[in-house]
Design a protein around this ligand. Sequence first.
Ligand code: GLN
Length: 286
Amino acid sequence: MQTPSTNEAATTLSTVLDTATQRLAEVGVDNPRFDAELLLAESCSLDRSAMHVRLTSPITPADHRRFEALLEKRAQGVPLQYLRGHQEFWSLDFEITPDVLIPRPETELLIEQALELGGIESLCDIGTGSGCIAITLADALPGVAVTASDISPAAVAVARRNAERVSVSDRIRFACGNLFDEVVGQRFTLIASNPPYVESTAIDGGQRELSYEPRLALDGGADGLDVIRRLVAATPSYLVAGGWLLMEIGCDQEPAVLALAHDAGCRDATVVKDYAGLPRLLRARW
Ligand code: GLN
């Protein structure tokens, strides 16, 4: 074992953390201390509370190197979730790679609403991404037959791994295809979706920090409604009578989306507000 030289104090987790927090703050990261703590915990293979009780311990050179590499990427703007490789959603832990959208807290509203509906026998998640919607609902609703589809093979691979991780892989059928292409002829009691709904110009113009996430999962075309338009129009063909569509939308899309539901023959559609008070979820019954 190496003996630390007497005139040089060993670098502790605490000092590493302080320097890192300062570095992230300097480049304008929103929660520099929080991000630094999570990356350090990840680098040392500890959870955050275990790391806290070891703050005065020295960091090993290998852990330090791992941490510096992650910190540098975070300082360059890579989202924390891609660096950690996982993210909590509805109290479950999901593997997250740059092939999938990072699950967001507002999408938990969809889960909450789905669980309130009752009477769900089958559901189909369109554009499943990491699988967070389909997998969370499969876990919460053991008797329900779940199908999850995504146009991206890489996303489907991540979703499959997440289903294994949460131990629901035997209860979900995964498919790779555009919208309903892989479920033609089937009808569900619930169709759930968080489709791409951001306007192309908002992505290109850099109004939002979305450049690390898959464009396929975000880009809804000129008015953000390209995919939503097709999805809502097709939905009645894939629902049983009295079946529901729960679909996340952009907070400025309420009137347009209600009109699309109406055009598709729906006479029972509302938009539910998220926890920030923004219109966020179409809740429609055919
Ligand atoms: N909620 C995401 C955002 O606004 C967009 C997700 C999506 O397009 N489905 O950052």
